[in-house]
Ligand binder design. Structure first.
Ligand SMILES: [Fe+2]
Ligand SMILES: [Fe+2]
Length: 282
């Protein structure tokens, strides 16, 4: 029997593998024997991704100091680790495509959460900055998928959940028998992204479960759960902005052994970089 979550994924179409070029590049990047030439030649087969890498190399986000037109040079400026972020960023951008206003709000929230996660990883030890960025970017991909599956209805659900005390997950489960955390987790598992990415999507709202996660997952999930709150709380989500200082007692700060100054750094990173990041992914 097909589960409600599988029904949602079927409605959206073939999500069984990371789409084409992106999958080959991610595979090449995880193969230590793969050369820069191989990665570059795979990227050059995809015009959209080539343009993204060039925009990144010319962006203030990567501290561009001169015009770069050549892909090989752009790869050197951006760096290998960031190429993975750009590939995954385009995957996530693809899931948020279309002119639907809900997708635009969700995409901005994804970018804001990625930046806040990145800022947190720079200050709190134990998680690679790039990994934090990726997991932050993908944490709500289940929302983008639900919005694709139920384009009119899902926007209404998000508005309802921003008005009433019911959480988004509860309303989603009432309507569709599944929620964006489960849908997102399943998609990232199908795409064979790192298990911590999948766990972040599944558990970013389940704050009580996070302290009991194994060492390799607890900090990254706590980081993204906090980043998600900072992004939403400061108006990069469905709700109006509230003072970030109100998050000073957030339980994930304890899990991370961090102080409230981390929240200010996360907010500042979003404000400082979100426009440049939006420019890179278009
Ligand atoms: Fe979420
Ligand atoms: Fe979120």
């Amino acid at each position: 029997m097909t589960s409600p979550c599988q029904e949602v994924l079927k409605r959206v179409g073939d999500l069984g593998a990371v789409p084409g070029t992106a999958g080959r590049i991610l595979a090449a990047l995880s193969d230590p024997r793969a050369s820069a030439t191989k990665v570059g030649s795979e990227i050059s087969k995809d015009q959209g991704l080539t343009a993204t890498v060039l925009r990144a190399a010319n962006s203030s986000y990567y501290h561009a100091s001169r015009q770069v037109r050549d892909l090989t040079e752009a790869l050197v400026i951006v760096g290998y680790e960031s190429v993975r972020d750009l590939v995954i960023g385009r995957l996530s951008r693809g899931a948020h495509s279309g002119s639907d206003p809900t997708q635009k709000i969700l995409w901005k929230h994804a970018l804001a959460t990625a930046l806040a996660s990145q800022a947190c990883a720079r200050l709190v030890k134990g998680v690679t900055v790039s990994h934090a960025f990726t997991c932050g970017l993908l944490h709500d991909i289940g929302k983008a998928i639900l919005n694709q599956a139920f384009p009119q209805e899902y926007g209404t659900v998000l508005k309802l959940s921003s008005t009433f005390a019911d959480t988004t997950l509860e309303i989603e489960r009432q309507r569709w028998g599944t929620d964006h955390a489960e849908v997102g987790g399943e998609v990232l598992k199908l795409w064979q992204l790192p298990p911590a990415c999948e766990m972040t999507a599944r558990l970013h709202h389940d704050l009580g479960a996070i302290p009991d996660l194994p060492d390799g997952q607890r900090r990254i999930v706590a980081m993204v759960a906090l980043a998600n709150e900072v992004a939403s709380w400061t108006g990069r989500g469905m709700r109006p902005a509230r003072p970030a200082a109100e998050l000073a007692d957030h339980p994930m700060l304890g899990v991370l052994g961090a102080t409230r100054s981390v929240i200010d750094a996360m907010d500042a990173q979003i404000s400082g970089e979100i426009a440049a990041l939006e420019g890179i992914f278009g």
